[in-house]
Design a protein around this ligand. Structure first.
Ligand code: BGC
Length: 590
């Protein structure tokens, strides 16, 4: 039926055969093309037609590699009819007749064992689902992954091909999300499932926010519900099957919290660093250190938004606030983050990710290097060492597109650089993933371990729905081109509160791209960013006009309208209308 999103889904698993590999080599030679150096051994393909109209369709494709890690991939299929790819994203597309070849881009070529990669495209014609796929020349045809035994030949065992043993639960690993199941927070899950249509995503993993001292015990609070930290960890142990289990915990209670905004001001005053240490971090560390949780992988996201504020919202900058100046002068953000890193980093199954803002905040060169300097300072304060940092978290509770598929920061339009446009405004980055990768490199160049990873909050940066552009604009005018091409539909990249038009982003997944440990849902979809008008409360939350839909903005969002949804409750409280909007605009679609 046209006009209706159709979910044509197909799943295949396959096994490599010797014949499959030589067929790959032959066809490569015959075609004279360079194929990736690695053959696949098995794959699973999910091909979903997410939208269909009278003359075309959109499809999203997820490829899971069931074999050894691949350094470069190509997925191929034949369309059943006269379909043509009109534009695609997150892959390089080639079509000859009915045959389509999609290769990795420069940033998503690594496909680890059990890792997945997603790409999508718009096509003309009917959205019929192809029947066969190959990954790096090997058919994804339904067998289970073992090579076909050849009775006439006993292959020499090749020690370099012996698979690494699966890590044991509790063993320290490079990427705590990889090969693990992810914890589903029952408190969030129940709220999501209670929403019309929410059942489809209620079993996704979301982070648990320790947003006040009381949240550690669990106190029937409107944001955290009745489950305390121990309850969540016990539940994570219970949810674990045979595989390692990863739970994400957000550490979010610094003194003088949220110094450049008001919506998430917290319970601790600017000077209450002592209470932060003894009543908050020490208590959390004691619980996480309990032997009964030693098989869990605990990924902590350390203090969203705090350290970047010490760079951009202080001193002589026109974005400075008195509160951020105070937090810089009294050193309590740096001391608090250092203490958290040090105490939690001592626990062998805790993986600390320091929050690093987002591209629309510290993506400019004048902010990125200096922010990493502050991260480094914090990571060497209050007993912390660089080794206590496992990585960085990017886009936490923000809306920056994961990847802008229709233009690149290096593009020019009519001789002008995209960077000169009003939207990009000389930023070095236009999306979260390129920013996360650059941040990682900058951190390594400033002395962080070369193994650090980044995680990206993709809970609300999907930007699907009817407003999503299908392809690049054909305009020759720079600003029109960017306006018509960008998928991030915010009025300004500085807008952060309950953004109208946003959708759920990529579902949580491990090792999706080079340097990225995971796409995760750190901000639980449906939890407000702040109230749209003043609401009395005993949580320390303020009223920030960036959450008021009638507000005309301030210097931090270039004096633009806030783009916030109306009728929002306090930060962290359930906001049904926002949940519905996120569901409707999800990309990939739900
Ligand atoms: C709020 C917290 C809440 C978190 C997750 C923050 O903006 O201040 O109370 O736990 O969002 O929703």
């Amino acid at each position: 039926m046209t006009g209706q999103p159709q979910s044509g889904r197909a799943r295949w698993r396959s096994g490599k055969t010797v014949a499959g590999v030589s067929a790959l080599a032959m066809s490569a030679a015959a075609l004279g093309v360079a194929l990736p150096a690695y053959a696949a051994e098995g794959c699973e393909v999910e091909y979903s037609v997410t939208n269909e109209w009278s003359s075309g369709f959109s499809a999203s494709v997820s490829v899971t590699n069931l074999g050894d890690s691949l350094d470069g991939w190509q997925l191929e299929w034949d369309f059943p009819g006269d379909q043509q790819v009109t534009n695609g994203w997150s892959g390089d597309f080639n079509q000859s007749g009915q045959h389509v070849t999609v290769s990795n881009t420069s940033w998503n070529g690594t496909l680890d064992t059990d890792g997945s990669v997603q790409f999508g495209f718009n096509g003309s014609g009917a959205g019929d689902v192809p029947s066969e796929f190959t990954l790096n020349g090997v058919a994804c045809d339904g067998s289970t992954g073992e090579p076909d035994p050849d009775p006439t030949e006993t292959p020499d065992p090749d020690p370099s091909e012996t698979p690494d043993p699966e890590p044991e639960p509790g063993e320290r690993v490079d990427n705590p999300f990889e090969g693990a199941d992810l914890y589903v927070n029952p408190v969030w899950s129940e709220k999501a499932a209670g929403e019309p249509g929410g059942g489809a995503i209620a079993d996704e993993s979301t982070a648990v926010w320790m947003d006040r001292i009381g949240a550690i015990e669990g106190n029937d609070s409107p944001t955290t519900g009745s489950m305390g930290l121990r309850d969540h960890l016990d539940e994570a142990v219970a949810q674990a099957g045979g595989r390692p289990m990863t739970i994400q915990v957000v550490i979010y209670n610094l003194p003088g919290r949220d110094c450049a905004a008001l919506a998430s001001n917290g319970e601790l005053g600017q000077e209450e660093i002592g209470r932060y240490k003894t009543e908050y971090i020490d208590v959390i560390a004691d619980i996480m250190d309990d032997e009964k949780y030693s098989d869990l992988r605990i990924a902590t996201i350390i203090e969203p938004d705090s350290l970047p504020n010490l760079v951009t919202n202080v001193g002589s900058r026109d974005t400075a606030t008195e509160n951020c100046d105070t937090m810089l002068e009294n050193g309590n953000y740096v001391e608090g983050v250092g203490y958290a890193l040090s105490e939690l980093g001592d626990i062998s199954n805790v993986y600390n990710y320091v929050d690093a803002g987002h591209h629309g905040w510290i993506g400019w060169d004048t902010n990125l290097g200096p922010s990493v300097e502050v991260f480094r300072e914090a990571a060497t304060t209050a007993g912390a060492t660089i080794d206590d940092v496992h990585g960085f978290a990017v886009n936490t509770a923000n809306y920056s597109a994961l990847i802008e598929p229709h233009f690149d920061v290096g593009d020019t339009v009519n001789g002008q650089q995209v960077r000169q446009s009003d939207w990009v405004d000389w930023n070095q980055y236009i999306d979260s993933q390129s920013f996360a990768q650059a941040l990682r490199s900058e951190a390594v160049s400033q002395g962080f371990d070369s193994d650090i990873g980044a995680i990206i909050d993709t809970s609300r940066n999907g930007w699907g729905g009817s407003e999503r552009p299908d392809g690049p604009s054909s305009s020759n005018d720079l600003n029109t081109f960017v306006e018509e091409s960008r998928i991030d539909r915010r009025i300004h990249v500085g807008n952060w509160c309950n953004q109208s038009g946003a959708g759920l982003g990529e579902r949580p997944q491990a090792a999706p791209a080079s340097g990225i440990d995971a796409y995760t849902w750190i901000k639980p979809p449906g939890e407000s960013d702040g109230s749209s008008e003043e609401i009395d409360n005993d949580e320390g939350k303020g009223f920030d006009r960036m959450c008021d839909p009638t507000y005309e903005g301030n210097v931090r969002n270039g004096n633009n309208p806030s783009g916030a949804l109306p009728d929002a409750p306090l930060a962290g409280h359930w906001f049904s209308a926002q949940f519905q909007e996120l569901l409707a605009n999800a990309h990939p679609a739900v």
